[in-house]
Design a protein around this ligand. Structure first.
Ligand SMILES: [Zn+2]
Length: 351
């Protein structure tokens, strides 16, 4: 009852028979890492923040765009007009929702090079759960490697068009992503939110499932986590549950043999941004960029502004919008050819 835990913010969830003082206090000291603050990451982060998860780290590399607003529920029209970094816009919204918890927004790419650094760096500490809000398979396999290597539960999910799927992996007992899907699908073989669209309720229902599993685990009720893969098609009204209790593969390269291929892999030079005619170019050298200096440099080639978190502008002699971040990444908009994007990066930003 609420007498034992007087914070009225949590009074209605505390009425649930299983939600006792211990559960609420475990949530309060828990740390959730949400990778990707889009259609899945937004509703999931919102539910975890409202429930009182004590620390939420948000990592996202992208900027809010008006095409995001129909499904990415933490962003408003102004965020899109100002093209704010998603992690920062989401962080501000979540702090307004629940000022009693700690929100760590990070504007960065979650790649193999940085994954363990983010996870284990002193300020943020090792998370108690990894939540998949990504839109690409490469990142999911990096998350799976991290999950198995460091024995952190991983809530996997995906949603596109009217379909979605989700499950939770609990290493070392449960199967891992690679026991079920041994390798990522070939690049370009899967539909994306750009090619086939997204029915917004499907991302919300999948994100709610992720929040549900995360809350159970963080409250200390991992025994109630579902041991199955759920699939929905909300348009057709189909729902399927695939039992994963016998899915663990003893020969799995990840959880069977402990080969963390995706974590050990060199990063890709370029990555297409889902939902945009844009390419992200990663720097060859990992060093912090002086954005004031970058703004002065790029101003020789067009009108560029330093917003505090990035330098952004349009090139005078090329039809592209360029955004450069502290970590040296650039997002080049209006381009679909990765080789050309790399060439533009080399020409204007550096090799
Ligand atoms: Zn496995």
């Amino acid at each position: 009852m609420t007498e034992a835990h007087p914070n009225p913010r949590y009074a209605r969830q505390r009425r649930l028979t299983f939600w006792d003082d211990t559960a609420q206090s475990k949530l309060g000291s828990a740390h959730a890492l949400i990778v990707g603050v889009g259609a899945l990451g937004c509703p999931c982060a919102d539910l975890l923040a409202r429930a009182g998860v004590g620390r939420i780290t948000l990592i996202d590399r992208d900027l809010v765009d008006i095409t995001n607003l129909h499904r990415q529920t933490l962003f408003c029209d102004q965020d899109a007009k100002q093209q704010r970094p998603k992690a920062l816009a989401a962080g501000d919204r979540l702090r307004a929702v629940n000022p009693e918890i700690e929100i760590n927004p990070i504007v960065a790419d979650f790649n193999a090079f940085d994954a363990e650094h983010f996870m284990l760096r002193e300020r943020f500490g090792k998370p108690d759960i990894l939540i998949d809000g990504t839109d690409n398979f490469e990142t999911r396999y990096i998350l799976n490697d991290l999950s198995v290597k460091h024995a952190i539960p991983y809530v996997y999910a995906g949603a596109v068009a009217t379909k979605g799927m989700a499950t939770v992996f609990l290493p070392p007992e449960s199967p891992c992503l690679r026991c079920i899907f041994p390798a990522p699908p070939p690049v370009g073989s899967q539909p994306t939110c750009e090619s086939v669209g997204v029915f917004s309720p499907v991302s919300s229902i999948i994100a709610s499932y992720q929040a549900s599993e995360a809350l159970k685990i963080l409250m200390g009720h991992a025994d109630h986590a579902m041991r199955s893969l759920l699939e929905f098609d909300l348009w057709e009204g189909h729902r399927r549950r695939i039992d994963l209790s016998d899915a663990k593969d003893p020969d799995c390269p990840c959880c069977g043999q402990h080969h963390f291929e995706f974590l050990d892999r060199d990063d890709e030079d370029t990555v297409s941004i889902c939902g945009k005619d844009a390419i992200q170019v990663n720097p060859h050298r990992r060093e912090r960029v002086d954005l004031d200096q970058m703004q002065r440099h790029l101003s020789e080639h067009g009108h560029f502004e330093h917003t505090g978190v990035l330098v952004k502008g349009v090139l005078r002699d090329e039809p592209y919008t360029v955004s450069v971040f502290h970590d040296g990444r650039a997002i080049i908009e209006g381009i679909s050819d990765p080789a050309l994007a790399r060439a533009i990066y080399a020409r204007y930003i550096g090799s």
